[in-house]
Design a binder for this molecule. Structure first.
Ligand SMILES: Nc1ncnc2c1ncn2[C@@H]1O[C@H](COP(=O)(O)OP(=O)(O)OP(=O)(O)O)[C@@H](O)[C@H]1O
Length: 337
């Protein structure tokens, strides 16, 4: 597989605290993919996203884009990387300057990357990008950020990313500040960009329902380590790692017999510290065993198209590779039953 981006043994420490620990994940260049990165608050999702975007440097490991280490790129390589790998953030309001009209965030990249040689071409590029994300140019351009809804502002940011025809969009909780009614529409639009324009998407979220709806594969992080990874219908439909099981059991379902919060395993001070050895989830795990305290579990492959770093699956094959994508379902193949 030719890789668009390779995250190799990525580790980020802040002082003595490990926010991300030895994560390896490659994104295929052959077929544009949609990959979710999920986990509760503090699991390291944003840290991973920021390193993929080249915003912060790893303590160990590397992010390769087109085979080149992002931290060692020349100015011109970095410029191309910045164009081809686009961020979409949680809160678009922070990105907008309230004193400029919306047009500013769209005309700036057109100028910076010389995307059009005439004003008419620039206008048509901008209008096309807005239409692609379901916005009417005549209702959007000329307005100030506060005159748009949160959902519209977020769509402008997606339109800005689309304008640059990126190869990869890293979207960090892109709809968590958007009204529920608009969430599905914006996520559908991301899916359409993936299918129609061939843009790969990394979708960072704590929401497994939307990850299931739009993504092919998912990586579940727990305290900076990969708990489980694979095809969404495997990991979300039938989770194997006790942490993924906990996450899935907390998805609200219309089940009147279910008592919400009943499955929660509280974090106490005693189990909040990172372990030096063993499985990070051991202190909260309902299935914890003696060996879980001694060494981190390998990446077991209990069935096809998924891996689970959990000793419950000792005896299953171990993943052939550190790369969690080695068990991914290739995009464009049918979902498992
Ligand atoms: N600049 C920093 N300095 C110190 N610690 C940090 C820094 N950035 C992140 N962390 C810590 O690293 C851990 C992972 O943070 P990160 O933002 O990646 O988590 P997250 O999964 O994205 O959480 P959330 O869903 O709340 O955004 C957290 O414990 C956080 O406090």
């Amino acid at each position: 597989m030719k890789a668009l981006m390779e995250v190799q043994g990525l580790t980020k420490r802040y002082g003595g605290f490990t926010a991300l620990d030895n994560v390896t994940l490659s994104l295929s260049d052959d077929a544009p993919s949609m990959t979710a990165v999920a986990g509760e608050s503090g699991s390291g999702k944003t840290t991973l996203a920021r390193m993929m975007l080249g915003f912060i440097e790893p303590t160990q490991g590397a992010v390769l884009y087109g085979g080149k280490d992002v931290a060692k790129m020349s100015a011109s390589e970095k410029r191309q990387f910045r164009r081809e790998v686009q961020p979409v953030f949680q809160d678009p309001f922070e990105v907008f300057n309230p004193f400029y009209r919306i047009d500013h965030v769209l005309t700036t990249p057109v100028k910076r990357y010389r995307l059009a040689d005439t004003d008419a071409k620039a206008q048509s590029l901008i209008e096309d990008a807005l239409k692609r994300v379901g916005l009417r140019p005549q209702d959007t351009l000329g307005r100030f950020p506060h005159e748009l809804s949160g959902g519209q502002r977020q769509r402008v940011m997606v339109a800005r990313a689309v304008l640059l025809r990126p190869r990869l969009i890293v979207a960090d909780e892109p709809v968590s500040m958007v009204d529920a009614s608009l969430r599905a529409t914006i996520l559908d639009e991301l899916r359409t960009l993936n299918r129609d324009l061939g843009i790969s998407i990394v979708y960072i979220t704590h929401d497994l329902t939307t990850a299931f709806q739009i993504c092919d594969n998912i990586v579940v992080l727990y305290r900076g380590t990969v708990a489980e990874a694979g095809a969404v219908e495997r990991v979300i439909g039938d989770p194997k790692h006790p942490y993924s099981q906990l996450l899935v059991s907390s998805i609200p379902l219309p089940d009147l017999d279910k008592v919400w919060g009943a499955d929660e395993i509280p974090v106490t001070e005693a189990n909040a510290a990172r372990l030096n050895n063993g499985c990070q989830f051991a202190p909260r795990c309902p299935s914890v065993m003696e060996q879980c305290w001694r060494a981190p579990p390998p990446k077991f492959v209990p069935d096809t198209q998924r891996l689970a770093t959990c000793f419950l699956y000792d005896g299953s094959a171990v993943a052939p590779d550190d790369d969690v994508a080695s068990v991914f379902r290739p995009p464009e193949t049918a979902r498992l039953g």
